[in-house]
Design a protein around this ligand. Sequence first.
Ligand code: PAF
Length: 295
Amino acid sequence: MIVYNRIQELKKHLNIARSQGKTIGFVPTMGALHAGHIALVQKSKAENDITVCSIFVNPTQFNDLSDLEKYPRTLENDSRLLEAVDCDLIFAPEVLEMYTEAELALKLKKVEDLAWTEGKTIDFGILDKVMEGAHRPGHFNGVAQVVSKLFRIVEPHKAYFGQKDFQQLAIIRSMTKQLGMPIEIIGCPIVRESDGLAMSSRNVRLTEKERALAPLIYKTLYAVQQNASKSSIVELKAFAENEIKKEASMSLEYFEISDANTLEPIHELKSQQTAVACIALKLGAVRLIDNVVIG
Ligand code: PAF
């Protein structure tokens, strides 16, 4: 396994591989790797000749500075985990390798402000306005910015993302299509702890007491999924909101049931329709998200 910190060195390696007809799979991450990330790497290993995993805590997607500062950085352990599954290349750039000072100074506001669109008109429709988009202003612009940069550096054939960030996956699919990038975007199932908690790099920040409460999130989503055919959307939402409200250390940001393709909130589940129930809440100081697909 080779670790690259420099864009040009990674590109040189990948250009040689590409000229030999090798296929490239890419797993972008912010590090603090867990079994969910490792499953993405394993899938990429199975489907491509070379797998690149990037580890970069992207400052432009954090709308809360203290969240950025507290984000776990565990490069040594991450490298060990990636070595164990035979990942081929790690790309772990410094912030100034990825961004100019000017880009960092520009507080991302609108899609149109961003150089990453390369003059193309990008319209995410409601994809970046609902749920995470509404609660984390600028977040998806930062995600799209860094992922488009990473895609231009790695130029993978396939890129792998977890479905835990369901909305992020929709944004990345839309961005890739609108920028005309010839990359297959592959969404992979959520990996859960044995008690149901979705794996997340943020879980390590939960106190012991909070960790013991955290399975309530999936328990609630699971009950919603099981009752979806018997209850109305209003009833399902009221149920989920009440379950979370019962736990004093949890503060709900949103619980939404949306069409799984458009992310348009729905008021009634039609037959043949696939929906997604998404939740975001704070457990103590830690913000967690999760979702289940319905229908
Ligand atoms: O999902 C993540 O870890 C990040 O949002 C991503 C896609 C690596 C971009 O920084």
